[in-house]
Design a protein around this ligand. Structure first.
Ligand code: PRP
Ligand code: MN
Ligand code: MG
Length: 181
């Protein structure tokens, strides 16, 4: 694999800014779910970094579960039709579910997942996303906690990939043009 840092064009959000924001969000989330049966649900693979840092910033012992989904059809995303590749291991009936995501782009993935989980009779379903691209929204998703609204640029790092690479970058940034050619 190529050297990650060499392919970065610019850093949008630094590692320090990400961690400070997740600490802030964790404090609000901790207050919201105090005394409640909270289940954290991460969406593979992008949410891995956010989950790892958010759960360590939370003072409670909340369990974690994971879903993996993929778009049907052409293979390009944003068809809005989602197929479950890996479902939750957990029965969420009556439980307070917090979906943890790296980014809301068109919003199609999360609006589908949220509706799917809501149909299982949980006590509540809310969303926490590190990033959101307001200009890319195709559907409105009701998101309770957002780390950063970012411009409609292709970003990688901190879980976000280009062709499954660059997820391990500690910051969020854009790639240099040579990467795409
Ligand atoms: C990315 C990202 C979100 C989703 C957002 O996942 O991690 O889950 O796309 O896009 P949307 O708002 O337009 O639906 P991706 O499908 O690339 O899978 P990955 O997490 O494994 O990278
Ligand atoms: Mn994802
Ligand atoms: Mg991806």
């Amino acid at each position: 694999a190529a050297h990650m840092g060499a392919d970065l064009e610019k850093v949008l959000i630094t590692e320090e800014e990400i961690h400070a924001k997740l600490d802030e969000l964790a404090a609000m989330i901790a207050r919201e779910y105090d005394g409640k049966d909270l289940l954290l649900v991460g969406v593979l693979k992008g949410a891995v970094m956010v989950m790892a840092d958010l759960m360590r910033a939370l003072p409670m012992t909340a369990p974690v579960d994971w879903m993996a989904v993929s778009s049907y059809g052409s293979g390009t995303k944003s068809s809005g039709v989602v197929r479950i590749l890996k479902d939750l291991d957990t029965d969420i009936t009556g439980r307070h579910v917090l979906i943890v995501e790296d980014i809301i782009d068109s919003g199609l993935t999360l609006s589908w997942i949220k509706a799917n989980l809501e149909s299982r009779n949980p006590a509540s379903v809310e969303i926490c996303t590190l990033l959101r691209k307001p200009e890319a929204a195709k559907v409105d998703v009701d998101v309770k906690w957002v780390g950063f609204d970012i411009p409609n640029e292709f970003v990688v790092g901190y879980g976000l990939d280009f062709a499954d690479a660059y997820r391990g970058l500690r910051c969020v940034g854009t790639l240099a043009p040579h990467v795409y050619s």
